[in-house]
Ligand binder design. Structure first.
Ligand SMILES: Cc1cc2nc3c(=O)[nH]c(=O)nc-3n(C[C@H](O)[C@H](O)[C@H](O)COP(=O)(O)OP(=O)(O)OC[C@H]3O[C@@H](n4cnc5c(N)ncnc54)[C@H](O)[C@@H]3O)c2cc1C
Length: 395
């Protein structure tokens, strides 16, 4: 490793050791930055995208979890605690233990919070067997069992409103489950309802038409522009409001995506923009008021769709700004949403912040269409790239 350490940076402190935090820390180490610390309370690191495949019954939880110590880049200090506040004037962060850590540069990569309590009844319902989700590892496991064993009944899948972590992936278990039910010959005995706050399965027309084809082929009932307002687990019902009208839907299984929001400590530390997330410039990812603070990943509102794919680009922008400032790289808002529409094929949407398709294989304009190739990328290639290249600062 080349050691051209940048002493002028001072200690680099990264809040959060998820996808974004480990990626940027590894990249900075590879560039010779000597003093990098990650603050991360979790002992286990999870590759969230495969939770959808677990829920859909085509992956196992052992594939997605590794000890945090194993993914922490060599030479990076890991502090297994939670940050409770940032004091930008003093250039320090305060941990839950009361200890303070000083920084020269602070990179916030603390993700987005899941708010299961934001819909009345949802949190309580999620402790029972009938409410499952790809948004947590345990509920994804529960989804796999609940969906696989079903022969008849009603299954409701919900998608979260923005802000959310890659909201469209709530559809992945839906298609995977339908594909399995169809192969088992029970699909016509199962009523499948998809409830989404959006007015289409995806915001880009070409991608939406691909998804419509699958929704129609599986006979999925779609409820657009809808808000879930109440879940009553004792009656196995949820209330959905569309255009001011409330509808009640009974379910045998509810596959729920939780509401999501910025953590309170961001605003309490005075670092928030209008939406409560860290207020960074969407191209440089540098804080608008504190020039030694940066943010990437789900904790920043710099692309309309938060995703791991977006982080691959964002980490390069911050690493260059700190170690090769003459390059002036900026983030174009690239993001992605893969949809596994069968257990063999995917619709893989890649786009910029204006919603223009931006395939990562240049000039392959129709890469987004349903393909075997993109399923293999999503299911097998990207997880390998994640553990072996992205978390090591190589991709
Ligand atoms: C079910 C699901 C499926 C997805 N599928 C895809 C997909 O197919 N393709 C894709 O590109 N993207 C996908 N995404 C999105 C992608 O996983 C996220 O965008 C990405 O993981 C965000 O990384 P992050 O580091 O910003 O947040 P996270 O990975 O959530 O990491 C944040 C970390 O910060 C830590 N933290 C939080 N608060 C504090 C604190 N106060 N102090 C210290 N540490 C803290 C947390 O413990 C956590 O480990 C999916 C997301 C989900 C939930």
């Amino acid at each position: 490793m080349k050691r051209s350490a940048s002493p002028s940076l001072g200690p680099v402190v990264v809040i959060g050791g998820g996808n974004a935090g480990v990626s940027i820390a590894a990249r900075l180490r590879r560039r010779g930055v000597a003093d990098v610390t990650i603050i991360e309370p979790r002992r286990e690191h999870v590759y969230a995208p495969l939770q959808s495949h677990i829920a859909g019954g085509v992956a196992d939880r052992r594939e997605v979890v590794r000890p945090q110590a194993d993914v922490t880049p060599r030479g990076v200090v890991w502090v297994p605690e939670r940050v409770v506040s940032v004091r930008p004037g003093e250039k320090s962060v305060e941990l839950s233990s009361g200890r303070r850590i000083a920084y020269g540069q602070l990179i916030i990569a603390a993700g987005i919070e899941q708010r299961w309590d934001a819909i009345p009844g949802l949190q309580e319902a999620s402790t029972g067997a009938a409410v499952v989700s790809n948004y947590t590892l345990d509920l994804a496991d529960a989804a796999s069992r609940a969906l696989r064993e079903l022969d008849s009944g009603t299954v409701v899948f919900t998608q979260a409103a923005e802000p959310a972590s890659c909201a469209g992936v709530a559809q992945k278990p839906l298609y995977l489950a339908c594909d399995r039910w169809r192969r088992r010959g029970v699909l016509d005995r199962i009523r499948v309802v998809f409830v989404t706050p959006e007015s289409a399965p995806f915001s880009i027309g070409e991608v939406a038409s691909e998804l419509h084809r699958s929704l129609d082929a599986y006979g999925v009932e779609t409820i657009y522009d809808a808000e879930v307002v109440d879940v009553r687990s004792h009656a196995s019902e949820l209330d959905v409001v569309v255009g001011g009208q409330k509808t009640t839907i009974g379910y045998d299984v509810l596959h729920a995506a939780p509401p999501q929001a910025a953590a309170a400590w961001i605003a309490e530390s005075g670092l928030q923009g209008n939406d409560g997330f860290v207020d960074v410039d969407r191209e440089t990812l540098r804080h608008r008021r504190w020039e030694d603070i940066w943010a990437l990943g789900d904790v920043a509102s710099v692309t309309p769709v938060r995703s791991g794919g977006a982080i691959r680009k964002q980490a390069k922008v911050i690493a260059d700004a700190l170690t090769r400032p003459h390059r002036r790289r900026s983030y174009d808002g690239y993001s992605e949403t893969p949809f596994t529409v069968t257990a063999r094929t995917a619709v893989f949407a890649e786009f910029d912040r204006l919603g223009r398709l931006q395939p990562s294989i240049p000039r392959w304009r129709t890469l987004y269409r349903e393909r075997r190739f993109t399923y293999l990328m999503d299911r097998w290639v990207l997880p390998w790239v994640y553990w072996n290249l992205i978390l090591r600062g190589r991709a």
